[in-house]
Design a protein around this ligand. Sequence first.
Ligand code: MN
Length: 484
Amino acid sequence: MKSKLIKGRMGDWEVVIGMEVHAQVTSQSKLFSGASTVFGGEPNSQVSLVDAAMPGMLPVINEACIKQAVRTGLGLAARINLKSVFDRKNYFYPDLPQGYQISQYKSPLVGEGEVVVDLPDGETVRVGIERLHLEQDAGKSLHDRHSSMSLVDLNRAGVALMEIVSKPDMRSSEDAKAYVAKLRAILRYLGTCDGDMEKGNLRADVNVSVRKPGAPLATRCEIKNLNSIRFIGQAIEYEARRQIDILEDGGEIEQETRLFDPAKGETRSMRNKEEAHDYRYFPDPDLLPLELTPDYVEDLKAQLPELPDEKKARFVRDYGLSGYDAGVLVAERETAAFFEDVAKGRDAKAAANWVINELAGRLNKEGRDVAASPVSASQLGAILDLISAGTISGKIAKDLFEICWREGGDPRAIVEARGMTQVTDLAAIEPVIDEIIAKNADKVQQAKSKPALISWFVGQVMKASGGKANPKAVNELLKSKLGL
Ligand code: MN
């Protein structure tokens, strides 16, 4: 496990990171109104009288959103609070006509939980969840549509967000990136948020402070609204270094809210951090406290899908995969399902290798999702069957995969039609071997004292046969011919 400490002029520093993630709830309508949440509509075409805060309009809670938030809480192994309260967070919001955001403050819907994060080097970090609450999103101010005025699009105003607050349990940008990736995977498995960071449906506010190892928590800065995992990493790296430089120069960190500039890779000050009491939170008099029955929560719990950690454990147990391979396969539910279709009744380790290396590598190269893979699970399965039956070699299989990718078709028919069948017939291989042995008397001599040289001979025969000779048959025949 490599050290996460950052080197300064005056020794090592530890960075402490906590995160508030805003995740848009997957729901057809908004948190307190029936207006649509579909992305990309004409500006202000999805605004109800409630969202526009017309006089006398009253909010009505959307049960679908409550259900999604409770399911998310259960997926984060968190306590569900059977009684929670909606509060008004008062602030000047140019794009939220109410003049306050309906959120939850003292009594959130979901309490403490945990996300287990696996790092690429094999370390496991447990990130505590402090709480999850429901709140409204704001609309969007448009500053580039008119030469002298700002316009506002309220389509997003009132859309349900889950604010998921972590404990300050992360100690490096790698921890933070892996945490967001894992959280996103859990939400996508649950179907409670689509995790689309480009559309802003999942965005993170990151709290960063630095301290001498073992020292108490220091003053933090909050970097707002990061909408890519890469930016989260860059912003933390920059911010930690900035704070270390200030402290080593004898300065102090001021608690503030900062913005990340992706073009420059820097954070810059946005405003001094306000305290919770500045918002004058109070329970929204238009809404009753939200009360759930234990049965309601138990029912939802019983219907949760298999989540990434459970699936990973099952892949290790039932398919004999390594923890690393299983972790890669379960990161996206669609990839895990593809793997299971290929592995059914076949060598699971071979299936995992093909999905992780050939398929995922090829998909990445073209920036495609597994759902849009030109090679289907049944095609890849047929390729694996051809290998295990000894009909084609592993090398030819890669060519076959490429043909299926580009042209489609039944792998068995392609092998047949193009004469890609592996040659296991010793009578056909023998003359090739004899010729190579005859031409390389020196190497034959060397092989007597250095048997590992046989792999060089195998390579030559495979080359001469255009990759079609059966490596196992070649190996055996060579051994007897070379007297090894
Ligand atoms: Mn919030």
